[in-house]
Design a protein around this ligand. Structure first.
Ligand SMILES: [Zn+2]
Length: 226
């Protein structure tokens, strides 16, 4: 009779041990998964901030160089007594500077630091060639880093950085159109005037400006006239 009962007793002793092992293993697996999720969440913001600051810094530097270049082209147009080109290049230089400052502000808010480039190579030529060179440079930009990463920052939750880059990208396309129009009208007598939104750098032709900036809602009475 004792022999028949022995396996049953052994089985009753083994079962709690198996349950204990399974329970311990389950707790260990859940704990490891929880730690892995927390580790990912902890790492992600630092990683994305580094990338967004890199993109904003590249945008800032690009805008800084273009602002200096357009200011130089404006001085050439002034010497050649071309008021429309002078007004456009001054408006472009101002717009680029505003966008550089806005991108730099976002970098500082994200905990980064921006230093403008110290040496800038200025192109030398007359206004006609300066317009053509500016058009060629803007036409090279559609596939730049700026355009490629905006969506990632926008959908990654960094709307402030995405907004700065969207304004910058929209300005690049708008500047290209204004430069093409100015080059086409270079030999006409009609003098164009331009206004610039002081907050986002959006440029308007004076005779077709909006009452409020469609990008940042600034009142047109605050626009800067060139
Ligand atoms: Zn604006």
């Amino acid at each position: 009779m004792e022999r028949e009962f022995l396996p049953i007793v052994t089985c009753m002793r083994v079962r709690p041990i198996l349950i204990l092992i399974l329970l311990t293993t389950s707790v260990a697996i859940i704990g490891w998964m929880y730690y892995a999720v927390l580790r990912t969440i902890d790492k992600e913001p630092k990683h994305s901030h580094h990338k967004v600051i890199t993109d904003l810094d590249a945008c800032c530097r690009d805008k800084h160089i273009k602002s200096a270049q357009y200011a130089h082209f404006a001085s050439v147009a002034e010497q050649e007594n071309l008021p429309s080109a002078l007004g456009l290049f001054r408006a472009l230089a101002h717009s680029e500077r505003i966008q550089e400052h806005y991108c730099a502000l976002v970098i500082h808010r994200l905990g980064g630091h921006y230093t403008p480039p110290k040496r800038i190579l200025l192109f030398r030529g007359n206004t006609a060639s300066n317009l053509l060179r500016s058009i060629a440079l803007e036409q090279m930009r559609p596939d730049t880093l700026l355009h490629q990463h905006i969506g990632r920052h926008l959908y990654g939750g960094n709307r402030m950085a995405a907004q700065a880059l969207i304004w910058a990208a929209a300005a690049d396309r708008q500047h290209l159109l204004l430069l093409q129009q100015a080059h086409a009208a270079l030999c006409t007598d009609h003098t164009m005037r331009y206004t610039v939104c002081p907050r986002c750098g959006n440029i308007y032709q004076l005779d077709s400006q909006d009452p409020f900036c469609p990008h940042c809602l600034t009142d047109s009475r605050e626009f800067v006239l060139f």
